[in-house]
Design a protein around this ligand. Structure first.
Ligand code: PHE
Length: 467
């Protein structure tokens, strides 16, 4: 049955594509701020433990489901004889859809920043906050909104590039693109790391990231680390099941998982060791934040204050651009794989239609500060339907409700219905030995579901912010 299914052309191709999906905006702008709040070194340690004990077994399971079923995320459970779990696939598919709508627009903002820094636009350099609002359709000085068509154009270009990669297919599109994008990302990271730690005053930040301050660690820190790990490893959203389904049988799932998780965590840590020292050195510890406002306003302030800032600004936003591109490609692949397989639609047409629909929905994001009239109707997004409100609602729905639900469904499926033994058999096909099979079976049956249930209920019912 797998004869005509697409496959990765090489092991490194799969590795880079899966790592490209995992390494995204979350590593660069969410992780450092969370590590800062969680007490620096203490958070890093907790994060590593969580990735190893919870993230790795969860990723192994998703890849094994995909490879064993040779199907997209919705159909995979049925193919393995458990149709009743199809809802898990639907949830994961929907998460990918919702995330792509905003992720691709944020990618467009990043592209606009790259362009602005590349032409050394005084606008972004001199006025970081003003520029960010302008990107979203608000002239902050006069308080008047407008239609941010320029940003929409950048977002359209961004999503078109991703769609192009998807249309080229798994091997000659996604794999080739990541083979170029991921090494480029590492090079940019290293350049920035060297710049950041050699800034005068950076050592304070470095010391903070290396010191273990237990007093900042609370139950909340654990939950933050757990939800960050899921988001960052692209778990609970259909991607690893889909990518696993393209993995040849002779490939070692457990070793690949180890490598992908290590790369993802390494990039997150490097981002932490770039951003925290750089912010300490320029804006001081109060300057540390997370999310869009931080990446687009505060960090632009850091480049303003740093020698050679324009150049490092281009490098930083290029880094974000690669991270966002490779993640968006994986999101769209998960969406398109399901639609084409389920309906028999043609890949090119499906990709174009889906990308267009997600682009249109995502316009609400980019226009979030905008006010303009269209065919005589006055639209005022800034009033009542603001950027933070929409983002928060979406993030709540995906990160706190749907991702844990899908991840929980996958691990309960593997732990209790399909049975860890079947996953281990899938991993051990072609004579590969899975040495940690016992530990894996125990973790996926008990520890992983318990941990997800805890994040799910605590974050849902205590109203705590996990972002
Ligand atoms: N893992 C990516 C990150 O860290 C985010 C992502 C989410 C990627 C969903 C793909 C799908 O930013």
């Amino acid at each position: 049955m797998d004869n005509n299914r697409a496959q990765w052309g090489s092991r490194i191709g799969f590795l880079l594509a899966a790592a490209g999906s995992a390494v995204g905006l979350g590593n660069i702008w969410k992780f450092p701020g969370k590590a800062f709040e969680g007490g620096g070194g203490a958070f890093l340690l907790i994060y590593i433990v969580i990735v190893v004990l919870i993230g790795m077994p969860a990723m192994i399971s998703e890849l094994a489901i995909g490879r064993a079923s040779q199907a997209n995320v919705v159909d995979s459970f049925g193919k393995l004889g458990h149709k009743g779990y199809a809802w898990v696939g639907w949830v994961g598919w929907l998460v990918a859809f919702i995330i792509t709508c905003y992720y691709s627009h944020v990618g467009g903002w990043v592209l606009r920043y790259v362009a602005a820094y590349a032409v050394q636009s005084a606008e972004v350099y001199a006025e970081p906050a003003g520029f960010f609002y302008k990107v979203l359709g608000l002239d902050a000085a006069s308080g008047t909104g407008f239609m941010p068509w320029m940003t929409l154009l950048f977002a359209a270009v961004f999503i078109a590039v991703c769609a192009f990669v998807i249309i080229k297919g798994v091997e000659s599109g996604i794999e080739r693109f990541n083979k170029f994008g991921m090494p480029a990302l590492f090079v940019l990271l290293i350049i920035l790391l060297v710049r950041a730690v050699t800034l005068p005053g950076a050592s304070e930040g470095l010391r903070y990231m290396l010191s273990i301050d237990g007093s900042k660690v609370s139950g909340q820190t654990l939950l933050t680390a757990l939800s960050q790990a899921f988001y960052s490893l692209s778990l609970g959203m259909s991607i690893m099941v889909t990518y696993g389904s393209y993995l040849p049988r002779k490939e070692n799932i457990s070793r690949n998982t180890f490598l992908v998780c290590t790369m993802d965590t390494l990039v997150a840590f490097m981002a932490g060791f770039i951003i925290i020292p750089a912010v300490f050195a320029t804006l001081g510890p109060e300057g540390v934040g997370k999310g869009g406002g931080f990446a687009f306003i505060s960090l632009a302030g850091v480049f303003k204050a740093m020698p050679g800032g324009v150049l490092f600004g281009v490098i930083f936003y290029l880094l974000l651009l690669f991270a966002a591109l490779t993640s968006t490609v994986s999101l769209i692949e998960g969406i398109v794989a399901f639609l084409t397989e389920r309906t028999g639609w043609n890949r090119t047409r499906t990709t174009i239609i889906c990308s267009a629909v997600m682009f249109l929905i995502g316009c609400l994001y980019t226009c979030s500060q905008a006010a303009f009239s269209l065919k005589g109707i006055w639209f005022d997004f800034a009033n009542g339907f603001t950027y933070p409100a929409l983002c928060d609602a979406m993030e709540f729905l995906t990160d706190r409700v749907m991702i844990p639900l899908c991840a929980l469904g996958c691990c309960i499926f593997v732990g209790w219905s399909w049975k860890p033994k079947s996953a281990v058999d899938e991993i051990e096909r072609c004579g590969i030995r899975f040495r940690l099979a016992k530990a894996y079976s125990f973790l996926i049956k008990f520890i992983v579901p318990a941990a997800i249930i805890v994040i799910f209920f605590v974050s849902l019912f205590t109203g705590t912010t996990l972002s």
